[in-house]
Design a protein. Sequence first.
Length: 298
Amino acid sequence: MEWKEKLISLYFYISESKALKNYLSTVRQSNNRSFDFTDEEAITIYLFGILQKHSEVKDIYNYTKDHLSNWFPNLPSYQAFDNRLNTISGVFAVLIKELIKEGTGRLLFVNESLLDSMPIIVAGKNRSSSARVGRDVCGKGYCSSKELYYYGLKLHLMGFVRPGTLPMPEYCFVTDAKENDLVAARPLLEQVYNRKVYADKIYGDSDFIQLLEQLNNTTIITPIKRKKGQLLEDAADNLFSKAVSGIRQPIESIFNWINAKTQIQNATKVRSTKGLMVHVWAKFAAALFMLCFSVFNS
């Protein structure tokens, strides 16, 4: 009964969300669309497929057709299902806002956050210069932690510190892969007040840090960069950097956890910008369901 409970819970959450209903009402404009198969069913099927460890749209469709036909008797053709997901692609961003509100609303007062980004790979090194998918949102960049050149996006995440467990996401957004992390995060950080934010060295701009402290009482704490020409790191600086890196470890862990659960980083089979947005935000939404509700975390 476990999978049935998960499927029913998911469908009711989606069907009863006022925010999702409001969004879907804005895209239900065509007189030619069939409503025998509803948008809520399409969303449920795709998210449930991800929760069942299927990664690609075609795999999720085939799984539903082969095993859940009694639950979704009006399942259309694969092409119609894929087109429906692309048509309502923005719904997953709306869903993420709802789930973040759900998750953060359960926290006691927290004034410490973690900030970082992870790559969403549309094309690897060998194809990074010739890839064409999502040219309006993607770019060619380098991931230092993976020592990888790639074409695609960056998923930026700021989450509340939760000692002993994964951070709870508070804000998330995407940029093209070539965007500098600090430049991308500045508009967000300028709106954060009374906070300690632990981040990587790339966020350690002393002028910006000082400005945030003065205006917002927000402190960005990063490992200490070596000065130009400095060969050896000061022992105290080294201890401080190790301490900060230890505090930051959970955000690296949540990226690894999300990818292990959803394969979000691998977008090499995506063929359109809308398809890429479905890939990223639906998989992130599925991860949030697992973080926020125990019924989905199994």
